[in-house]
Design a protein around this ligand. Structure first.
Ligand code: SF4
Length: 265
């Protein structure tokens, strides 16, 4: 097995991650051909290749270094998050293409930290905001990620009947608003609630020149708005990283003409 380490990752941590990954593959009767560990800001990205075309990407977030305010469920989710970027396999099993593409950073299944309940999360690629302390700097590059047909995206969600909602995060989802409209409609048609994380403020969204932004809002249940601000960071806040960000009940706010905050019901 080949192990490639990019960046400064402690050998002890490398050994631990490789062991965990080997055990995870072994439980599925599979063997790893190659593991690439890459330091990405405060995160470590793990790419594992087996002899088949399957590729798994797991991200260990830097938040793990500061665990005092995190419950066991959140920690377990963060440790086990698996990004399904097996685009070739998705292509093989999804025959009908739409011709509409999305540039994605990855998908995370069964998350409990990006909105209420069990959720699948679509991380889009490309973000103009570049917030210092961003949780996902690997998603900034508009030329990065993977371009997939939205048929492949919707074919992979929901990942389980237990999933009650889908979250679109990033990257900046509203930079690909027009490409996300059919995905959002698919989500709503299946009775799933839709949350969207954006670096734009509510006011910026409402005055955005792209008409698709308003169309996407019309299909969205909750927007978490605003850039991540390090001096307002607070890990105890539910579903957001910094105190300036708001959980906005989109439909109630559009109807009222003012911000109505989402309340857990
Ligand atoms: S808006 Fe989100 S993805 Fe973009 S830089 Fe800020 S924290 Fe990162």
């Amino acid at each position: 097995m080949q192990i490639v380490v990019n960046g400064k990752i402690e050998p002890k941590f490398v050994e631990q991650l490789v062991t965990e990954e080997k055990e995870s593959f072994a439980q599925q009767g599979k063997k790893i051909a190659k593991i690439i560990l890459t330091e990405c800001g405060s995160e470590i990205e793990i790419k594992s290749y087996e002899k088949s075309p399957i590729r798994r990407v797991r991200r260990i977030t830097g938040y793990l270094a500061n665990t005092d305010n995190w419950g066991a469920a959140k920690l377990a989710e963060l440790r086990d998050r698996v990004m399904h970027t097996n685009v070739n396999a998705m292509t093989d099993t999804t025959p009908v293409k739409t011709g509409v593409t999305l540039r994605v950073n990855g998908l995370v299944y069964e998350s409990v930290v990006e909105g209420p309940g069990l959720r699948d999360v679509i991380f889009v690629q490309g973000c103009p905001h570049r917030c210092p302390g961003c949780h996902n700097p690997g998603s900034w590059d508009f030329e990065g990620g993977t371009v997939v047909d939205i048929a492949d995206v919707v074919a992979s969600i929901p990942s389980s009947p237990l999933v009650s909602g889908i979250t679109i995060s990033g990257g900046e989802p509203f930079c690909q608003a027009v490409n996300l409209l059919e995905v959002a409609q698919y989500i709503k048609d299946r009775g799933l609630n839709l949350w969207v994380y954006t670096g734009y403020t509510w006011a910026e969204l409402l005055t955005h020149p792209d008409p698709a932004v308003n169309q996407l809002l019309a299909l969205t249940d909750v927007v978490v708005d605003g850039r991540f601000e390090q001096d307002k960071a607070d890990l105890s806040l539910p579903f957001r990283g910094s105190a300036n960000q708001q959980l906005i009940d989109v439909q109630a706010s559009l109807q009222a003409g003012r911000v109505i905050l989402w309340r857990c019901r």
